[in-house]
Design a protein around this ligand. Structure first.
Ligand code: PLP
Length: 747
């Protein structure tokens, strides 16, 4: 496979790192403090200011132990927590709780991590050494306390850069800073979704102004036909990876422009194109101003397509190349990932918007309006076609991929018309299946079980199959007990959240009290957490209400469900679905058996995937490009029950979970829905429920546990973000930066 040349021991990544440790003591309480107290305080702050703490259970429990109540109240934000202490107070507290050595130890680990690279990187990242990969994405889901993501795409970007850090891949990432982020969801008395936006306190985020080589904060400027846009650049440290976030809230912008980057996915087409302009064109300018010259570019979704045009402009200006030559060269350096077969997921802009915002750049590129429009059209000469960002991404990159095997296939079919004369199989779109960052999603309780049976260095080898085969050495009883402990934590979380939400809505004391006792740890628990887009069919399991009622209330083998998810603010049918499910609780036949958790975010998702028995996914095939929540569930021994779509279509082998349907779909949605609903009932009744309740003399469901083990050993390594990033390195980054390796599907 890869024929990468090993990196020399003194590749820049090995030497660069002290700068990835944030400067300490940026927040300092007034008054006199002893140097000893400062050391502890500064070390805690340094830990909080590199987001690698988000995947270090040792550091998380350290913050939590400082003040468990405030930790939860502050949304698990360590900077906010530490800011409530003076260095003296923190010192006293650390001494009381005997935390000093843990603080020193965690700090030493972080420094070590940042000042070394990995054997994997030395052997595999070859030519990337001095020229990092620039990874562009409109959202990054790193932790619930950093609200610059909405859902799956963002979490994937976050997991991507975390694993790039873990593997030691030289990478910088670029995105936008949204000071209000995505909306917070709560339900009103009718069960209808309400959206609220809150200002994020910048001083509580691990960000600092990004400085150029001259030591000055970097600001970029973008000209449009209707004026000039400015953006400042923030630096966030995610392990060894630096994440640069552009922010339009700067003096010099008019009031409207200052709000341009306030909200993620808020606003109309005009807001959208301007955000994409700032992220793409502004992002490339920011890297130049920072003195960073990427060796390869990775555009995570079409939103970032404008970045390539700016790199072309720089090449023309700096190297005197023609537009065509520069385009060819830059496309060769660019990898593009498409994420959805749903048409609404592909941005389209009118010619007027393109000219208004890309006009000045077009002038500098020396191309006509029609030429520019042609880059975003399937048929360049069709004046009726709008400008599609996915088309731009496909035309401006020489390596493109979908995010699962099935999605690769669907994407090739979807874009055949871009390559007239080629058959579907010959369309140059490959696939790299998504994966998840293991240490972010694996419960530490479960991790401790693995630590006892897995090889000592298993964190560094998460992408290897052998490592995960050790799960079969774990005692079934031990695995089951650990799962049960996590399930109990989830149920406690559901009760806590539900009673709090009912209180906030002003519900009766009885309703609040009932929430404190809902759900039962001995009942088979199914989780469904995802965006409430209609194609995901959250209510499929309710298709036959009577059967649903009798399933939930079966005297010997009952079932309970936990739902969560947001609907896009403009998605009325999605909101109706939420209402339907949330209001089931008013029906006594469901009371205590169905929960809806408000405000699905990383924290809610983490509790759910770590605690449920079964993770349900029933989208209308083939609309789920990959899906990653089920991969998170695998790590924590929940079993997937899913339509054979996205990642599950290539993951399910008959013994590592459950499948709904046989991987086919009808042209008529109503027929597909009816068939899938019936098969879902059948699988539940014939496979899932009997297997769960079939216990041995010790009360253990041996067959079920066997399936859990098969799930982990066959899936955890394949669907880890480490494996995913390694694939991108081999098949996209190395070839794109001029190294020798096999292409995914080279054109
Ligand atoms: C993992 C995750 C997602 C994506 O999961 P899907 O399987 O694609 O639905 C979305 N939102 C949150 C909060 C997540 O943690």
């Amino acid at each position: 496979m890869a024929s990468a040349t090993p990196t020399s021991a003194n590749a820049p990544i090995a030497n660069a790192p002290i700068s990835t440790l944030a400067p300490v003591a940026s927040v300092r309480a007034p008054g006199k403090t002893s140097p000893r107290a400062e050391t502890l305080y500064d070390k805690c702050m340094a830990l909080a200011r590199n987001l690698s703490w988000t995947w270090s259970p040792e550091t998380i429990t350290l913050f939590q132990d400082l003040d468990p109540v405030r930790w939860r109240a502050l949304d698990h934000n360590p900077i906010a927590l530490l800011s409530e202490f003076t260095p003296e107070q923190l010192h006293t507290r650390a001494v009381e709780l005997v935390l000093q050595s843990r603080i020193h130890q965690a700090y030493r680990c972080l420094k070590e991590y940042l000042s070394t690279t990995t054997p994997w990187a030395k052997a595999n990242t070859g030519v990337l050494g001095s020229q990092p990969v620039a990874y562009f994405s409109l959202e990054f889901g790193i932790h619930e306390s950093v609200p610059i993501y909405s859902g799956g795409l963002g979490i994937l970007s976050g997991d991507h850069i975390k694993s790039a850090s873990g593997l030691g891949v030289p990478m910088v990432a670029v995105g936008l800073f949204y000071d209000q982020g995505y909306f917070k969801q709560h339900l009103d008395m009718d069960g209808y979704q309400q959206e609220a936006y809150f200002d994020t306190k910048v001083e509580n985020l691990p960000m600092e102004p990004a400085l150029g080589p001259d030591g000055e904060p970097v600001t970029v400027e973008i000209h449009t036909r209707s004026g000039r846009l400015l953006a400042k650049v923030w630096l966030m440290r995610v392990g060894r990876v630096k994440l640069y976030l552009l922010d339009c809230d700067v003096e010099g912008n008019n009031a409207e422009d200052r709000e341009l980057t306030s909200r993620l996915y808020g606003g109309d087409h005009r807001t959208r194109i301007r955000q994409e302009l700032v992220a793409g064109v502004g992002g490339v300018r920011a890297l130049e101003a920072l003195g960073i010259t990427p060796g390869a570019y990775h555009l995570n979704e079409g939103h970032l397509g404008f970045a390539t045009l700016e790199v072309v402009r720089q090449r023309m200006q700096n190297d005197g190349m023609s537009f065509d030559d520069a385009l060819e060269q830059v496309a060769g350096q660019t990898a593009f990932t498409t994420h959805t077969p749903v048409p609404a997921g592909h941005d389209r802009f009118s010619g007027e918007l393109i000219e208004e915002y890309l006009g000045p750049l077009r002038d500098e590129l020396g191309i006509s309006f029609d030429q520019l429009m042609g880059l975003g059209r399937v048929d360049p000469h069709n004046g009726q076609e709008t400008f599609c960002m996915t088309v731009l991404g496909l035309k401006l990159s020489r390596r493109a991929n979908g995010v699962s095997s099935l999605h690769g296939h669907v994407s090739r079919r979807m874009w055949t018309s871009l390559w007239p004369g080629r058959s579907t199989e010959e369309i140059p779109i490959g696939h790299i299946t998504n994966g998840v960052h293991v240490r972010s999603w694996l419960a530490w309780q479960m991790q401790h079980r693995y630590d006892r049976h897995f090889p000592a260095n298993w964190y560094d080898r998460m992408g290897e199959s052998e490592v995960w085969q050790c799960i079969h050495d774990v005692d079934p009883g031990e695995l089951w007990e650990t799962h049960h402990a996590l399930k109990n934590l989830l149920l406690a979380f559901v009760r806590r959240c539900t009673s709090r939400d009912r209180r906030c809505r002003g519900e009766s004391e009885e309703a609040i009290e009932a929430a404190r006792h809902m759900l039962d740890p001995d009942i088979l628990t199914i989780g469904f957490g995802r965006r409430f887009a209609t194609y995901k069919r959250a209510d499929l399991i309710l298709s036959d209400p009577d059967r649903f009622v009798s399933m939930l209330n079966d005297p010997d083998r009952p079932v309970q469900l936990i739902f969560a998810g947001k609907a896009h603010p403009a998605d009325e049918p999605g909101k109706q679905l939420i209402k339907k499910i949330a209001n089931l609780r008013h029906d006594p036949r469901f009371a205590g058996r169905v929960a809806f958790l408000e405000d699905y975010d990383i924290n809610v998702a983490r509790h759910m995937i770590q605690g449920v028995d079964v993770w349900l996914n029933n989208p209308r095939r083939p609309l789920e490009a990959s899906g990653t929540s089920g991969q998170k569930a695998v790590l924590n021994v929940a079993l997937n029950l899913s339509v054979l779509d996205g990642w599950w279509a290539e993951a399910y082998d008959g013994s590592n979970g459950f499948s709904i349907g046989k991987g086919s779909h009808h042209v008529d949605d109503a027929i597909t829905d009816a068939r899938d609903a019936a098969d879902l009932q059948r699988v539940l009744q014939e496979e899932v429920i009997p297997s769960y309740y079939d216990r041995d003399v010790d009360g253990l469901p041996q067959q079920w546990i066997k399936r859990m083990m098969n799930s982990i050993s066959s899936l955890a390594w394949r669907f880890s973000a480490h494996r995913m990033v390694a694939d991108y390195v081999r098949h996209a980054y190395i070839p794109a930066s001029g190294g020798l390796s096999c292409d995914m599907k080279s054109r």
